[in-house]
Design a protein around this ligand. Sequence first.
Ligand SMILES: O=C(O)c1ccccc1NCC(=O)[C@H](O)[C@H](O)COP(=O)(O)O
Length: 216
Amino acid sequence: MKVACPPMRTRIKFCGMTREQDVADAVAAGADALGFVLWPGSKRCVGEERLAALAAQVPAFVTRVGLFVDQDPELIARCAEHLDLLQFHGDETPAFCSGFGRPWIKALRMRDDLDLHAAAASFESAQALLLDAYRPGVPGGTGETFDWSRIPASLAKPVILAGGLTADNVAGAIERVRPFAVDISGGVEAEPGCKDPRLLSAFAAAVTEADRKRLA
Ligand SMILES: O=C(O)c1ccccc1NCC(=O)[C@H](O)[C@H](O)COP(=O)(O)O
């Protein structure tokens, strides 16, 4: 099914939240969604207890997203109690992703041979596809961009654009891709896992300005 996308503002997801102050700063900057990495291989990983504490601080209308990479379904089910949306970065099947009573999105790394139309068809029950840079052995958070021209305008799923975004390049990304949302982690950090309030605000302002020009 093709999803009709009338002109609308670009949603913002700030990913890799690990600290209460960063959650508050991201919400103040205008976040639509906040991502919490539950994969222990990441420098941004939060455990279950930290997830519960951080998620409890998120106000209504800001989506709490949990990131997983081929993880134990029992862990995912426990974490889901604190989350609004699940984000899968591994080789999870659509049936696996659908098994937690929460809406979910599938992260796809843009390997050269990735067929996005086929992926959109096979992850038909996903709420969106998050498209990220491909680096072998790294499931996400690379800080690298990819060739945005590879994203077809007619994809049958909303696109969340990720990978190496910053306040400086996000306007060009929005102009080129017209994504439903943009996702950023490293580009708003002082160091891995520690967000910088000025970078959070600058990124949100750049998205707002790009939308203002686009929708004028
Ligand atoms: O951020 C991580 O460390 C991470 C680890 C494992 C799976 C996913 C991970 N992050 C995923 C994200 O959604 C990031 O926001 C996305 O990859 C963009 O990151 P960046 O290029 O640093 O903006």
